[in-house]
Design a binder for this molecule. Structure first.
Ligand code: PHE
Length: 486
């Protein structure tokens, strides 16, 4: 049973939430996924769409999620149900919470496998397993690391255990401490690698690849991927940020908090790109080599730079830590829902979730060896988990959250909760009502092949559609609210 009379745990320090949310946002998404996706989808245009999605969709949705969490003081399911009820909205909105919780868990099932790669590369660094390897050796080493299910399973099991131990210990004790030194450490490591890259021949090409905008190079698939990645990298629509928001003290500023988390996250992603692509180009590697990209390229740089073994080990320590501070945030929604509603302790909840996680993540791990052939529509199990969550569930959840906040929730309640200056509040409202939903819908339609985004004739139509929807929305929303509250 939910116990509303008992005050909910809150973050300890003033920086507690910012640290934890940054820890959740900054992770493998920034250092592993962003570079390899950028490589796969052709560079600059992907980066531009990704940045646009962070600004136009990610930031407003993140503010909304934090506000929902803090106002509803509970797991995504409970918080959304309460906040919606307060505005006399339908209780069905809490389905968004269910989807978020499921989504966070599904992400975790493949995330622990990738975090396992990071841990295993740390081990290789420390034991000299990568020394003296050529470009081709690196690909072979990555392949061999995956080929043995016992080896790969060992590492993903280790990550699963570590995650559950930290989560079981509770919010403050487990999470805040590690992020405070991990984040600066990560940035320092990336700076060292960028400086190294700047002298290594591939830098100019890398900058061009990342930042030159070539509209023709981006497919519909790439647009959807960029949008999905904006959600993934900010930990949105997966219960993480919303649940962390539920521990946020009343007096903290949601606007400023969101901006610092989003800025730190974007900074780390772009820095990771600038650290990795020079190595790729300097060694004549293929940017579109897929998920193994950073593991096949970075060790080459560590080999060549002075103190490389030390830096390499430190880098993989940071990456593994960053992965853990993200993975713990993915379980938080489920654990807080279980403890609030099922009367079990945090520890029991963590271990219960951990066992299910271990089973499903083991199946995801097998996608790289014995289960490589278990495919459906060309994707293996690991691929499906990633595809369903990033491309569809998260944008859909974000759409729901934006519409809920934009059209259903009581304007006063949101104003009070967000505490933004009036002009900024108006901007936020405009974003969650029109810009974010329309952006998401357009990319969905484009990906489904229903409407095609061309950088030619079609754009004026989109602008017209935006104007029409804005007008309809402005007129319909008061009535919409009355209907829903009737
Ligand atoms: N944002 C994390 C990263 O970029 C991943 C994540 C997704 C964390 C969803 C929590 C929830 O690595």
């Amino acid at each position: 049973m939910t116990n509303d009379s008992q005050p909910r745990t809150q973050w300890l320090g003033r920086w507690g939430f910012v640290l934890a949310a940054t820890g959740s946002a900054v992770g493998l998404g920034n250092v592993w996924k962003f570079p390899y996706m950028t490589g796969e989808y052709g560079g600059g245009a992907f980066v531009l769409v990704y940045l646009a999605c962070i600004l136009a969709i990610g930031v407003p949705v993140m503010m909304t999620e934090i506000a929902l969490g803090r106002r509803g003081r509970g797991s995504p399911i409970d918080a959304i149900r309460r906040v919606s009820a307060e505005s006399k909205g339908a209780s069905a909105w809490s389905l968004l919470g269910w989807m978020a919780m499921l989504c966070g868990f599904m992400i975790l099932c493949f995330y622990v496998v990738v975090a396992g790669w990071s841990f295993s590369y740390l081990w290789k660094m420390l034991t000299g397993g990568l020394a003296g390897s050529s470009v081709d050796d690196m690909a072979a080493i990555f392949g061999a690391n995956n080929a043995n299910p016992l080896n790969l399973g060992f590492w993903s099991t280790l990550v699963t255990l570590a995650t559950m131990v930290i989560v079981g210990k509770g919010v403050q004790a487990g999470i805040e401490k590690s992020v405070g030194w991990m984040m600066p450490g990560m940035v320092v490591m990336l700076v060292i690698m960028i400086v190294y890259g700047a002298f290594s021949g591939g830098f100019g090409e890398a900058v061009h690849f990342l930042f030159a905008f070539n509209a023709g190079s981006l497919s519909s698939e790439g647009m959807l991927a960029a949008m999905g990645h904006a959600f993934f990298t900010l930990s949105l629509a997966s219960g993480a940020i919303l649940t962390y928001g539920s521990y946020l003290p009343r007096n903290a500023s949601i606007g400023r908090t969101t901006l610092s988390v989003a800025a730190a996250d974007t900074l780390v992603a772009l820095m990771a790109g600038l650290a990795i692509f020079p190595v790729i180009f300097a060694n004549g590697m293929e940017p579109g080599s897929g998920p193994g990209l950073i593991f096949m390229s970075l060790p080459l740089a560590f080999q060549a730079m002075p103190l490389g073994t030390l830096f390499g080990a430190l880098f993989f320590v940071m990456l593994s830590m960053a992965a853990l501070t993200s993975s713990i945030s993915m379980v938080e929604a489920t654990v807080s829902w279980l403890t609030d509603n099922k009367g079990i302790s945090r520890r029991t909840a963590a271990w219960g979730v951990g066992i299910v996680l271990w089973i499903i993540s083991t199946l995801a791990m097998l996608s790289f060896n014995v289960g490589a052939e278990w495919t459906l529509g060309g994707k293996n199990f690991f691929g499906w988990l990633d595809y369903l969550t990033s491309r569809w569930m998260m944008p859909l959840g974000g759409l729901g959250v934006a519409l809920l906040a934009g059209f259903v929730l009581n304007g006063e309640a949101m104003r009070e909760e967000l505490g933004l200056p009036p002009a900024v509040h108006a901007l936020w409202l405009f974003m969650v009502r029109y810009v974010s939903p329309l952006g998401i819908v357009v990319v969905f339609l484009d990906a489904l092949g229903i409407a095609t985004l061309e950088f030619g004739v079609q754009w004026p139509w989109l602008l017209l559609a935006l104007a029409v929807i804005t007008l309809i929305g402005e007129f319909a929303s008061p009535r919409l609210k009355q209907t829903l509250s009737a």
